[in-house]
Design a protein around this ligand. Structure first.
Ligand code: PLP
Length: 359
């Protein structure tokens, strides 16, 4: 089965090989060293200072989103959430559960985030802004300049879910004054699910996190931060995934981050060029390099997904909600290149023909 999915992704052979090894015992200086080295590379690729604190959670990305909110905000805050799809909605769901007041910028399907969306909120006061910089459900890459400028002017903490954008699009945490970045192993890092990382800058750590009374044992960041001074976590991490993550980061370091990002951009652009010959469209708003939504003229998206999966052994991302029968999403990360695009387009065209001939 060939995966063109956003996560899990088609993995490199080097990463798969580590998955077949024994998982090492982890309360050792050797394992600590691997974690500290991973952390140094992670911060370098993220464009943040060594003084930022990373929390390595054994949880999926949503667990890290919830933990980040629990450790940074409370019922006394007022947050602005950019809600342009299922992951923006997840932020609002978390705030609702934790009774944290919020307002939303809700985007309609196909709508790009622009300056005009912020105007109604200019006179309101907020303490923080939450955004999924690539809203993976639509593939929209929001304009970080626009968001960072609003946060700086209004003096808000900025929390960015970069789960599907980090290591796929350029990302410079400190330059944009981003206080919190959330990532997850199965997306841009291209390793299996299991580890998510929350990176806090010095400011939010000192002003908030270090004093925060968190009503949770497992998700209290203070013990993670203390333990990580020596490269350890308070609880057993997904050790095997940590080993694969270390390899993935080192491979990018050898290749160079820029070369790595250029490759993904080239694969994405090549796909977006080639798809023009098929009876489909792609969105007009800015897209992340990670993923391309393919919009079908008729309601055949899910049928095409099934034919690709059952008949041609190719897996794409279906889309949830109202776009279920109109949109499939194709990821451009992991072990994939322009040659794979050629094959994918060939079978995509065949699958569309198969579905149409059965109507
Ligand atoms: C994948 C993803 C998540 C997390 O999803 P999990 O299934 O909990 O790992 C969160 N935000 C974005 C933008 C994502 O792409």
């Amino acid at each position: 089965m060939r995966l063109f999915t956003i996560g899990p992704v088609e993995m490199l052979e080097e990463i798969k090989k580590i998955g077949s090894n024994n998982v090492p015992y982890f309360r050792t200086t050797e394992f600590s060293k691997i974690m500290l080295e991973s952390d140094r590379l992670l911060k370098k690729f993220m464009g943040t200072a060594e003084s930022s604190r990373s929390i390595y959670l054994t949880a999926s990305g949503s667990g890290a989103m919830e933990a980040a909110i629990m450790n940074c905000f409370s019922m006394q805050d007022k947050l602005l959430i950019i809600n342009g799809g299922t992951f923006g909605q997840r932020f609002t769901d978390i705030c609702m559960i934790h009774k944290i007041p919020y307002e939303e910028i809700i985007l309609q399907p196909g709508e790009a985030l622009t300056t005009k969306h912020f105007i109604p909120f200019e006179k309101h006061s907020f303490t923080g802004l939450l955004v999924n910089i690539d809203e993976t459900s639509t593939g929209q890459l929001y304009d970080i300049n626009l968001i960072a400028e609003f946060c700086q002017r209004k003096k808000l903490y900025l929390m960015v879910d970069a789960i599907s954008s980090f290591l796929c699009d350029p990302y410079i945490m400190d330059f944009y004054g981003i206080d919190v970045t959330i990532i997850s192993s199965q997306k841009g890092l291209c390793v299996p699910p299991g580890i998510s990382v929350v990176v806090l800058n010095q400011r939010i750590f000192e002003e908030r996190v270090q004093y925060k009374d968190v009503q949770s044992l497992y998700f209290d960041f203070k013990s993670y931060i203390k333990n990580f001074e020596r490269g350890q976590t308070p609880f057993t991490p997904a050790v095997g995934i940590c080993m694969q993550m270390s390899k993935a980061l080192n491979l990018i370091a050898e290749e160079g981050l820029e070369v790595h990002l250029d490759h993904i951009a080239a694969v994405a652009n090549d796909f977006r060029q080639k798809i023009q010959n098929l009876p489909v469209k792609i969105p007009e708003y800015p897209l992340s390099n990670a993923i391309t939504p393919v919009i079908f003229e008729k309601n055949i998206a899910y049928k095409v997904f099934q034919v690709l999966k059952e008949k041609y052994d190719i897996m794409l991302n279906p889309t949830g909600g109202i776009l279920h029968d109109r949109v499939l999403r194709v990821a451009h990360i992991g072990n994939t290149d322009v040659e794979d695009n050629k094959e994918l387009i060939y079978y995509l065209e065949k699958a569309i023909r198969d579905v149409n001939s059965h109507d």
